[in-house]
Ligand binder design. Structure first.
Ligand code: ZN
Ligand code: FE
Length: 257
C-alpha cells in the first residue's frame, strides 16, 4: 500500500492509499475532490473507498463530487455521525475492521474533538514494518484537536487508545500544525531534550516548506504534552491535582497561545 499525501485548503492533508497491483485507491478525509481526482487520474487508479474520520467540512467536503466520478466508491464514517457525513454508507464502531485490497484497518472510537470521531489503524503486515494511523483531528503532531463536542476526560480516553499503539506507528494526522504546536509545547516543557530536538528539526523542515506528516508515534509519546497528562512535570507546571485537570489546563493554555 502506497500512501500519497495531498495538501488541500490552507493546512489540511488528504491521504490517498494506492494498491498498484490492483490499481485501486482509497482516500482518507477528502477535504476537496480536485487534488484527489487529479492524482487518481495520474495513477490511473479506481477509487473504491472514502474513509472519513469525522463530519467537519474540511474532512468530507469532497465526498459528493468523488462519489459522482466513482459511483462504486463506498463511504465509511463513524456510527454516531449518521446524518452528518455526505453519502455515508457504512457506520463504524470501536473494534470494527475495514479492508482495502489485502490490508485491514482496525477502527477506534475516539470522541472528543467531535462526539462521533473515529480513527483507522492499519497494523503492519510484517513485524519489521510500520503501522499507519489515520487519526483526523484527534491526535496532531505535537498537539491534539480542540474539544468541540467532547470533554477532557473523553479525549484522554481516546488519546490513550492511540498512545497504546507501537512506537514505530506512523501518525497521519489531517493538519500541518506541528510547528505551532511545538512552540506551545516548549512553553510548558522547555527542559525536554526530545522536544527541543524535534522543534529544531521541524523548524528546519518548515523553512524548506516540507511536510512534517507523517509523525512518529514514539516521538509523539515523548514530546507531545497532550499525550502526557500523567507526566509529573506537566502536572506541576499546570498546578493540577490529577490527570484530567492537567490535560484540561494544558488545553486551556493552548487555546490562548
Ligand atoms: Zn475537525
Ligand atoms: Fe480539520
Amino acid at each position: 500500500m502506497k500512501i500519497h499525501r495531498l495538501p488541500a485548503l490552507s493546512d489540511n492533508y488528504i491521504f490517498l492509499l494506492h494498491e498498484p497491483e490492483q490499481q485501486i485507491a482509497a482516500v482518507v478525509d477528502p477535504a476537496d475532490a480536485t487534488p484527489v481526482l487529479r492524482t487518481l487520474d495520474e495513477l490511473g487508479a479506481n477509487l473504491i473507498a472514502i474513509f472519513n474520520t469525522h463530519h467537519h467540512a474540511d474532512h468530507v467536503g469532497g465526498n459528493t463530487q468523488l462519489l459522482r466520478s466513482f459511483p462504486g466508491a463506498v463511504i465509511y464514517g463513524g456510527a454516531e455521525d449518521r446524518g452528518r457525513i455526505p453519502g455515508q454508507q457504512v457506520f463504524l464502531q470501536e473494534g470494527d475492521r475495514v479492508t482495502f485490497g489485502d490490508r485491514v484497518a482496525e477502527v477506534f472510537f475516539v470522541p472528543g474533538h467531535t462526539r462521533a470521531h473515529i480513527a483507522y489503524y492499519f497494523a503492519p503486515v510484517q513485524a519489521d514494518e510500520m503501522g499507519d494511523l489515520f487519526c483526523g483531528d484527534t491526535l496532531f503532531s505535537g498537539g491534539c484537536g480542540r474539544l468541540f463536542e467532547g470533554t477532557p476526560a473523553q479525549m484522554i480516553r481516546s488519546l490513550d487508545k492511540l498512545r497504546n499503539l507501537p512506537d514505530s506507528t506512523r501518525v497521519w494526522c489531517a493538519h500541518e500544525y506541528t510547528l505551532k504546536n511545538l512552540q506551545f509545547a516548549l512553553t510548558v516543557d522547555v527542559d525536554n531534550r526530545d522536544l527541543q530536538q524535534r522543534f529544531v528539526e521541524v523548524k528546519a523542515m518548515r523553512d524548506r516548506s516540507e511536510a512534517t506528516i507523517p509523525a512518529n508515534l514514539g516521538i509523539e509519546k515523548r514530546t507531545n504534552p497532550f499525550l502526557r497528562w500523567d507526566d509529573k512535570h506537566l502536572q506541576m507546571v499546570t498546578k493540577a491535582n490529577n490527570e484530567v485537570q492537567t490535560f484540561t489546563r494544558l488545553r486551556g493554555m493552548k487555546e490562548h497561545f
